[in-house]
Design a protein around this ligand. Structure first.
Ligand code: FES
Length: 130
């Protein structure tokens, strides 16, 4: 039988690598899942590399379930070092590939991380007026 919490989910839930605030963020995104009420804030630090905007660092704060925290942390790991356009393409399948099984009832938790990232990038663009 499939374990409800995979080993990797438990690891990122109990030992998140990217948890916390960022004082000098280039963009900050807030989001709330309407289904469960969980909230997430994502901070991104962008560095310019030619015409590309690269996510140099990322932090998150999530008030939510264990899966939401593990998924938020994995999303941070996956987008670090990526151009913002590439980061926006990362989604549920990529996160599941890394974390292992995510129960169907917890699939919506991945949308929390994705929409927080989108909000942070929108904030970054708004600050630059691009
Ligand atoms: Fe709400 Fe996981 S139950 S994000």
């Amino acid at each position: 039988m499939q374990q409800y919490y995979s080993k990797k989910v438990m690891d990122h839930f109990l030992h998140p690598r990217n948890l916390g605030k960022m004082k000098d963020a280039s963009g900050v995104g807030d989001t709330q899942n309407m289904r469960c009420g969980d909230v997430m804030k994502m901070y991104i630090k962008i560095k310019k590399a030619g015409k590309k905007d690269i996510i140099e660092n990322v932090k998150f704060e999530t008030f939510g379930c264990g899966h939401a925290i593990a998924i938020s942390d994995m999303m941070c790991e996956l987008i670090k070092g990526k151009a913002i356009e590439k980061a926006l393409k990362i989604g549920y399948e990529d996160i599941t590939k890394e974390l292992g099984f995510i129960p169907p009832a917890k699939v919506h938790c991945s949308y929390l991380a994705k929409s927080a990232l989108k909000a942070a990038i929108d904030d970054y663009k708004a600050r630059l007026k691009i």
